[in-house]
Design a protein around this ligand. Structure first.
Ligand code: SF4
Length: 386
């Protein structure tokens, strides 16, 4: 998939909107997102109102091309709060130019009522956090749902009439054999999703899983096995018509997640909600993460920004290469120059020829990409540009 004119517009001019709803029914042991369990509905309502205030402060004249509601778990909100937020968003932001409106959901809270509310308010793409089709592994991940519940939620979403349904899956779980992962992929395919995201389980600092690893209670799977699982994923999903457009994202033709492509293409976006980050033409900001600090700032009508930095052209260029090479199509060097003001051909003149010689990247017609054979080493390859 090469860039289309629409992509170019999004890349050069368009802005995406991300809303971070930071509530979950349980805090999964592997999760390092800014998400909280056990938050009373009254406090959730206060946060939702604060997020709408943040939109008023920061989203003036916004005409996003993509909108993504993530978290946390947006569907953890009660139907009333979900409705309040979606309506409030529509009242504050001009959604007339939106080409893709996505929402994340978890099986235990994706009720028919909430799914219908999402559709009513224009959400057309749903990403369901299934993570595994095995009860033991779901328990290991602390997920709040079972396999049957996940399948039922997917069927409900299909019946609700979303244009595009995606499944999120995790592989590389301690004790998981390659064959077991292959079985899980087959189960996922039986549901005929339009899109699948598969991430390798990571042990992020600050998580319970990281503590368990440090104390020797769990062990990471061997690196080689993780690579085999990724190779297998790419082959199995390609055979089923879900093409890899990014290292671990797969879709039917035309069903790629435009919002995430925009991130990988180093586009500008506004993120609202506790801990959300934003990036507008080289200025990066991140919001206050603790809910009380976030609320306090907005009570005073102040932007809830915790950090802000202006990235140099070189910094932007490095990041644009690092992110863009995750895409199957790779990066167009001239585009990076236009976007960042730094020319990657000059900046990486000592790096790229060696990488080409070693087969880490392919360079042709002004583009650079990682060839399929080198994809299992993609993290190491892209890190060289930082
Ligand atoms: S449901 Fe998602 S966001 Fe919430 S704790 Fe689990 S992994 Fe994190």
């Amino acid at each position: 998939m090469r860039s289309t004119e629409k992509d170019n517009y999004l890349y050069n001019n368009g802005l995406s909107l991300y809303a971070h709803i930071p509530f979950c029914v349980v805090k999964c042991g592997y999760c390092d997102f800014n998400s909280f369990s056990g938050v009373e509905e009254e406090l959730q309502a206060t946060v939702i109102q604060a997020m709408l205030r943040e939109l008023e402060l920061r989203g003036k004249n916004l005409q996003p091309r993509t909108v993504f509601l993530g978290g946390g778990t947006p569907t953890h909100l009660s139907p009333t709060l979900l409705q309040t937020f979606l309506l409030g968003l529509r009242e504050r932001v001009d959604l007339s130019q939106v080409e893709e409106y996505s929402c994340e959901a978890n099986p235990e809270s994706a009720s028919s009522e909430k799914l219908a509310i999402l559709r009513e308010h224009g959400v057309r793409r749903l990403s369901l956090g299934v993570q595994s089709f095995n009860e033991d592994r779901l328990r290991f991940l602390d997920r709040a749902h079972g396999v049957e519940e996940a399948i039922a939620a997917f069927e409900r979403a299909r019946q609700t009439g979303f244009d595009s349904l995606s499944l999120d899956l995790i592989f590389g779980i301690p004790g998981q054999a390659l064959e077991q992962w292959q079985d899980e992929l087959q189960q996922a395919l039986l549901l005929k999703p339009d899109h699948i995201s598969c991430s390798h389980l990571t042990f992020e600092s600050g998580t319970q899983l990281h503590v368990d690893l440090a104390k020797g209670r769990v062990q990471e799977i061997p690196e080689e096995q993780g690579r085999s699982m990724l190779i297998e994923t790419r082959q199995q999903l390609a055979e089923a018509g879900l093409t890899a457009y990014e290292i671990s994202n797969f879709s039917r033709s035309g069903m790629e997640c435009r919002h995430n492509i925009h991130y990988w293409q180093a586009g500008s976006y506004l993120g609202i909600g506790p801990g959300a980050s934003s990036h507008r033409r080289g200025i990066r900001q991140s919001n206050l993460r603790p809910i009380p600090s976030y609320l306090n700032a907005l009570q005073d009508q102040a932007c809830p920004v915790a950090t802000a930095e202006t990235l140099s052209p070189e910094h932007r260029c490095r990041e644009a290469m690092w992110l863009g090479l995750r895409l199957t199509q790779g990066v167009e060097l001239a585009r990076i120059t236009t976007l960042t003001g730094a020319d990657p051909s000059e900046l990486f003149a000592d790096l790229i020829p060696g990488m080409v010689a070693e087969g880490q990247v392919v360079q042709e017609a002004g583009w650079i990409r990682i060839p399929e054979a080198a994809i299992p080493l993609a993290d190491r390859i892209t890190a060289q540009f930082l």
